[in-house]
Design a protein around this ligand. Structure first.
Ligand code: DC
Length: 230
């Protein structure tokens, strides 16, 4: 176990990870990190630089890794904001389209290595709540607490639909179901850093639970593991 507490929250897209990880960090008084935002940022940088995210040759994919590293990853996570070079880019990165782009490039091991390094360097007192796909299995296998959040594709699509309608993206419930199912498939098939439940993780199906109910389960699990409000 670590002297600085680490709480790893993994799970499927739109399972509630983001909201729960952020609220848990706030409740416990710990720092919060959203590793998906790093994959989303890499994808966003690639797209705006005109790099073809469907060309998965090493030569092309390394351009994306270089782009991300050149940024020196000047990123701050303040509440739900992701401040990149002084500007909150979460409104851009949080769209379903940005998630699909991130998903397309996230298989690439050198990109995963760069993002994993970034996460490990972010560990500092009083501790970290880090959310993603492989935080508890690959990035921090010794995390003090591991939680895996899941929900049916239908429940997740309904949640995403609310966000996408606010954006006016025109995505329907059916399109979102198909995109989420595809993302799960890709996330679970990675050769490294695949989405899977760690042996020692608490598994929670959030389909029929409110945010408050999920949060309560997470807080109780943290207590059982000796992590309490600081
Ligand atoms: O958690 P999210 O929806 O913001 O993640 C977007 C994509 O990034 C997801 O489909 C796969 C990838 N990702 C990953 O491979 N590993 C992580 N730790 C976090 C995200």
């Amino acid at each position: 176990m670590n002297s600085i507490p680490i709480i790893a929250i993994d799970g499927t897209s739109s399972s509630g990870k983001g909201t729960i990880a952020y609220k848990l960090a706030e409740y416990l008084g710990l720092n919060y990190l959203n590793s998906g935002a790093l994959f989303r940022l890499a994808g966003h940088l690639a797209v705006v630089s005109g790099i073809d995210i469907h060309d998965h040759s090493d030569e092309n994919m390394n351009k994306i890794v270089d782009l991300l590293l050149k940024e020196n990853l000047d990123l701050e996570f303040i509440g739900k904001k992701v401040i990149h070079n002084g500007v909150d880019i979460w409104p851009i990165l949080s769209s379903e389209d940005a998630g699909v782009v991130a998903n397309t490039i996230s298989f690439y091991p050198p990109l995963r290595d760069a993002i994993n390094d970034f996460q490990r360097k972010r560990v500092s007192a009083p501790g970290l709540v880090d959310e993603g796909r492989d935080v508890g299995t690959t990035v921090f296998p010794n995390a003090n607490v591991k939680i895996y959040l899941d929900a049916s594709v239908e429940a997740r699509a309904k949640r995403r639909l609310v966000d996408e309608q606010k954006r006016g993206s025109g995505k329907t419930y059916e399109i979102l179901c198909a995109e989420l199912a595809k993302r799960d498939e890709v996330d679970k098939a990675h050769k490294v850093g695949a989405l899977k439940v760690a042996d020692d993780a608490l598994y929670i199906d959030t389909s029929d639970l409110t945010i408050e109910q999920v949060l309560e389960k997470c807080i109780n699990h943290c207590k059982e593991k000796g992590i309490v409000k600081s």
